[in-house]
Design a protein around this ligand. Structure first.
Ligand code: PLP
Ligand code: TYF
Length: 396
């Protein structure tokens, strides 16, 4: 049965990691994968997480099976982060949240459930989008198309083309939107543009699937959830995949959530039963450790405040790195305007570097960026930024 199995392509981003790890140069810098590193170039273990883990270890809690939908306090906490603490949707039982295996797991159970209820829909993702969006929805059985998004000429959003594209979609079609900190470009619509996007989606009967993997990395936890609240207010059936991988620096714990907004409590009860079936037939129920830690932080006011402060520090450090990168490029004689880097949000910058320049960065300077020109600004620090700016200047 394996004789005809073809070799699958590597994930372009995770493949880059393998290449980076094999590189023996001591000056190498990994700006590829979307991971937040601290000023010392290390993956942080947040203080709020450490305190929760110490408390958890003291409890020596047994590790029984969780409910299919996960830890109820985790689900409530994750939902409140998206909709706010006094959401009418939550109070009326019209919002469902499922603990999921990271943002990816949330996308996958959402996609599988959508395939069951909306099989002939086309899924529309931004051009460009996170590498896994297309593959994941195709694997779930959908046809996947791209809507116009990034405008290379302005390093900004091609809003007119995006709107024109959405206007001609058919009712029931699914539109995947990055609720904040667009991956890979760092370019987000403005509040006014979001209003317009949301109104088209409602008027056309489209199904929004909001992916929010970087809540807290844009402007703040609340600010970054505005887009979710906007859709909640519109009263359209909405899917939200959220992730704590980056915001808690708990990548390997697979902490995420799928939230589904329904029209009535009765509808929500039926949707709940079907999404639970999707989960049961995939992995039965989620794991305990990461979810417990996140739930402890979300539901303890002191730990929550500490977490929010640590998240703000990560966000501010990325901003500082953006400013320093722009300044250092000038210092190294770059005359092109890179000020757009300051406007981009979240971990990434679509730098405008060509594939050839990215290859030279990698081969000649040991600096790893994604072939698209995407760099992870969160991997810069005061020790590597000079070398990075110098190398970019050299390949430009
Ligand atoms: N969605 C986007 C846009 C992402 O950038 C990521 C990155 O990892 C994910 C989803 C998946 O998140 P997780 O690692 O929690 O599965
Ligand atoms: O875009 C990124 O770099 C992150 C990490 O299959 C990532 O989202 C990349 C690829 C992948 C899973 C996570």
């Amino acid at each position: 049965i394996f004789a005809k199995v073809e070799l699958a392509p590597r994930d372009p981003i995770l493949g880059l990691n393998e290449q980076y790890n094999a590189d023996t140069r001591s000056t190498k810098v990994n700006l590829g994968v979307g991971v937040y590193y601290d000023e010392d170039g290390r993956l942080p273990v947040l203080k709020a997480v450490q305190l929760a883990e110490q408390e958890r270890a003291k409890q020596s809690a047994p590790r029984g099976y969780l409910p299919i939908e996960g830890i109820s306090t985790y689900d409530k906490g994750a939902q409140a982060l998206l909709l706010g603490k006094d959401s009418e949707l939550s109070a009326s039982g019209r919002a469902l949240t499922f603990q999921a295996l990271g943002g990816t797991g949330a996308l996958k159970i959402g996609a599988d459930f959508l395939k069951q209820v909306n099989a002939n829909a086309t899924v529309h993702i931004s051009n460009p989008s996170w590498e896994n969006h297309r593959a994941l929805f195709e694997r779930a059985g959908f046809k996947v198309d791209n809507y116009p998004y990034y405008d290379a000429a302005t390093h900004g959003l091609n809003f007119d083309a995006m709107v024109a594209y959405l206007e001609q979609l058919s009712a029931g079609d699914i539109v995947v939107l990055h609720a904040c900190c667009h991956n890979p470009t760092g370019v987000d619509p403005t509040a006014a543009q979001w209003e317009k996007i949301a109104n088209i989606i409602k008027a056309k009967g489209l199904v929004p699937f909001l992916d929010i993997a970087y809540q807290g990395f844009g402007a703040g936890l609340e600010e970054d959830a505005q887009v979710v609240k906007l859709f909640a207010k519109l009263d359209v059936p909405t899917f939200v995949s959220s992730s704590f991988s980056k915001s808690f620096s708990l990548y390997g714990e697979r902490v995420g959530a799928l939230t589904v907004l329904c029209a009535s409590k009765d509808e929500a009860d039926r949707v709940l039963s079907q999404v639970k079936r999707t989960i049961r037939t995939n992995y039965s129920n989620p794991p305990t450790h990461g979810g417990t830690i996140v739930s402890m932080v979300l539901n303890n006011p002191e730990l929550f405040a500490l977490w929010e402060k640590e998240l703000a520090e990560m966000r501010d450090r990325i901003r500082t790195m953006r400013a320093q990168l722009v300044a250092k490029l000038k210092e190294h004689g770059v005359t092109q305007n890179f000020d757009f880097v300051l406007e981009q949000r979240g971990m990434f910058s679509y730098s405008g570097l060509t594939q050839e320049q990215v290859e030279r960065l990698r081969n000649e300077h040991g600096i790893y960026a994604v072939n698209s020109g995407r760099i992870c600004v969160a991997a810069l620090n005061s020790r590597n930024i000079d070398a990075v700016a110098k190398a970019i200047a050299a390949v430009l």
